[in-house]
Design a protein around this ligand. Structure first.
Ligand SMILES: [Zn+2]
Length: 161
């Protein structure tokens, strides 16, 4: 949790969870309270705030936030990525949406390039292809690419003649 995460509000000399502030006072965080004073956000970094409970519903402000965060994390659909080819040639990765910052950083650090027209991250060099572990993709196979068989045309011509 970030230090400036707002866990609740102080208004009318009482402590509110975000839901009760609106439900019981009709006030928004940017309003002034009934005493004409600004409504104060209660930040997670303040250890005394972490012990506060809402005057109205009695919920612990910290627990309320932790439960909310866990629910958001559960409901966020998993990032989907598939391997593909850039212009039919270079290895590429297609994401179903913009990946989180840590994955973008891993891709850039590894040397992947973004092609906005194709909507792909692609690898401009040869093997090995460094797929960032943060993607959770199976590791690339390290097999050596099979060469096309060498056809000795002259020998064939000689044999058929
Ligand atoms: Zn409440």
């Amino acid at each position: 949790m970030k230090p400036f995460t707002i866990l609740g509000y102080s208004a009318n000399d009482e402590v509110f969870c975000p839901g009760c502030l609106r439900a019981t006072t009709g006030l928004a965080p940017s309003d002034v309270d009934y005493n004409g004073r600004p409504i104060l956000p209660l930040y997670a970094a303040d250890s005394s705030v972490q012990e506060e409970c809402c005057t109205y519903c009695g919920v612990s402000l910290l627990e309320l936030r932790l439960v909310g965060d866990a629910e958001r994390a559960r409901s966020a659909p998993e990032l989907h990525v598939e391997k593909t080819r850039h212009r039919g040639r270079q290895p590429a990765l297609r994401f179903d949406r913009k990946p989180p910052a840590n994955i973008l950083r891993d891709l850039k650090d590894a040397g992947w390039r973004w092609d906005p027209a194709a909507g792909l991250w692609w690898w401009p060099k040869g093997a090995p292809v460094p797929v960032p572990p943060s993607l959770g993709l199976p590791l690339p196979r390290l097999g050596i690419a099979a060469r096309a068989p060498i056809v000795r045309k002259r020998a064939l011509v000689a044999a058929s003649a």
